[in-house]
Design a binder for this molecule. Sequence first.
Ligand SMILES: CC(C)(COP(=O)(O)OP(=O)(O)OC[C@H]1O[C@@H](n2cnc3c(N)ncnc32)[C@H](O)[C@@H]1OP(=O)(O)O)[C@@H](O)C(=O)NCCC(=O)NCCS
Length: 208
Amino acid sequence: MIIKLLDSSDLKPGLTVPGRQELHVWIFQAEEIDNLHKYAHICLRQLLSQYTGIPKETLEFGTGEHGKPYLISNSFTSHLDTFSSVSDIHEIQFNLSHAGSCAAFIFSTGTPVGIDIEQLNRRVNMDAVSSKIFLTEEARHVKSLTGDDKRLSFFRLWTRTESFLKGIGTGLSVSFTDIKIQEEYSSWTSQFICAPDGYVCCVSYRNL
Ligand SMILES: CC(C)(COP(=O)(O)OP(=O)(O)OC[C@H]1O[C@@H](n2cnc3c(N)ncnc32)[C@H](O)[C@@H]1OP(=O)(O)O)[C@@H](O)C(=O)NCCC(=O)NCCS
């Protein structure tokens, strides 16, 4: 799978949807944002509109059982004649994450995907969260570290875990250590993405 990393300077009309062997990852950083959640949703509409050619105000979203958002196809059927590849539009998959002053998005055609971005200075009880969420060996590794190494190792595991759980759409409603979830994880790949200083970002996608 080829991962293409994009930012606000790449946002133009007529974006081509990712090919089947491709993922598009966008990271937007905006200083002095009062409402990051709102900003992320404006960016998401803009991106989906540029990919599909559909006016952003027409796009409608649904959410899966545990909150994973998806595009509702009714919102674009009347616009299909403007879209070059009718089969692809139904298959656009995406996910988003926001933290600090960053909003991150991943798009694919057909492949389920998840993304998580975290700020390294986020206050969290790393040992307690590690024991609760990560595999025993991983938690032991985090506990053995100190300082910046500990923080980096913890947030890499966090974003890896969360991007996968967002990819399968459960979020934290399931445990990553559950045997069934571990079996599912064996058919996924997680990859770290080059993020702005002070952030860690990971994406997960189901193997083709
Ligand atoms: C969705 C969840 C997985 C992540 O939430 P989060 O870390 O607070 O937020 P992120 O910025 O990474 O992602 C939020 C976005 O994910 C999307 N999302 C929500 N539920 C989702 C789900 N079940 N699956 C995939 N994506 C989901 C939404 O678009 C949401 O953005 P919105 O609220 O602006 O619409 C949630 O289950 C949660 O509660 N997480 C707690 C975080 C935590 O303790 N993590 C421990 C380390 S693994």
